[in-house]
Design a protein around this ligand. Sequence first.
Ligand SMILES: NC(=O)c1ccc[n+]([C@@H]2O[C@H](COP(=O)([O-])OP(=O)(O)OC[C@H]3O[C@@H](n4cnc5c(N)ncnc54)[C@H](O)[C@@H]3O)[C@@H](O)[C@H]2O)c1
Ligand SMILES: O=C(O)[C@H](O)COP(=O)(O)O
Length: 390
Amino acid sequence: MFKVKTLNNISQEGLSLLGGNYIITAEDPNPDAILLRSFKMHDMELPESVKIIGRAGAGVNNIPIEEYAAQGVVVVNTPGANANAVKELVILGLLLSSRKVISGINWAKSQQDNPEVDKLIEKEKAKFAGQELTGKKIGVIGLGAIGVLVANAALSLGMEVYGYDPFVSVESAWGLSCDVKRALSLDEIIGECDYITLHVPLIDQTKNMINAERLKKAKPGLRLLNFARGALVSNDNIKAAMESGDLACYVTDFPDQELLQLDNVIGIPHLGASTAESEENCARMAVHEIKEYLENGNIVNSVNYPDCYMGISSTPARIGITHKNIPNMVGQITSSLAKDNINIGDMLNKSKGEFAYTLLDVDSKVTLDSIDRLEKIAGVLKVRIIKNEN
Ligand SMILES: NC(=O)c1ccc[n+]([C@@H]2O[C@H](COP(=O)([O-])OP(=O)(O)OC[C@H]3O[C@@H](n4cnc5c(N)ncnc54)[C@H](O)[C@@H]3O)[C@@H](O)[C@H]2O)c1
Ligand SMILES: O=C(O)[C@H](O)COP(=O)(O)O
């Protein structure tokens, strides 16, 4: 029996895939896995029992992934599972930043007791005129799962699309329309575009990426959309750019009190991934990844360990070892097993940055003493018996 602790509400359709061998808990102090959305884990003490953390979503800035890697805990996310939901909200954001529908609707509602409102409408509507998207230039920053969908959708709205992503994956590049123009730097497009939309992860290198200097170069009347993370742009810079008239509108899925006080900010309460379809997709994918790791030791879509897949074990025992990516780890692991007369039938060793994973199928049952010896090897972080039969 495995215990999965949830730190946020997770789609029931996804949770139901865990099946009868799992207990879903919000309270248990010693779970095998943690499943969450945006819950901030930075101040949380992680129980020793936790082997894997599943982020039902894309962003992992709410999880100390390096710290957990150093504890031998694998963190996985669900790439692309909520991308369509975000893309659709970005399209809405483009329209809301272009047409004064929010103020128009609010004005109309304020006239609900006015029997003459239909006559007033024709007079008042001039206050709510906007601009069209067709023919305008948009810069899409970050061409991953979301950025590619947004760039392609913007083309179909008749926009001229520039994409910027120095680390674009081959898979993303295949998904991107050849009509998207490649920008070699952010500065190259900030002065050209009528709209800029951000789709990068929040990491040290992207924090405050739309800084004061860049906003000063912006085309006057720029509309900036941020459905990625608030800290990619600072409030002070948004304020200054609005005061100078360079920034006409800031649409953000991450508003705070200061931003909500500004007239030209459209603040959405982090609804990018909040559709039934996306919540279900994310939960299904995260549950699949957690099951693969707990039941088979396979790592799928990890952000702090290498992906590693050996299917279902057909030997008597399987052992999974998270360890540091340093010389002679495989040598020490295999000779420790050899000393215990345990033959290795199959194995995989993969590394990612400072950390590595070794998955071994062995031809006989392993004893707790053998596991103890593996745990004592310097650099080994966690050893798990995934399967152990006679
Ligand atoms: N508002 C929401 O509800 C919501 C939902 C999903 C994701 N997000 C946010 O959006 C981000 C992107 O999501 P995704 O699913 O597209 O992720 P992704 O990993 O598929 O794509 C991110 C892309 O950003 C690129 N990138 C990284 N650093 C860059 C830089 N300095 N300049 C330009 N490009 C850079 C990467 O190469 C990658 O192609 C997530 O990390 C998350 O923070 C928000
Ligand atoms: O990074 C993400 O996937 C989004 O920000 C969605 O977060 P949520 O699951 O808390 O809605």
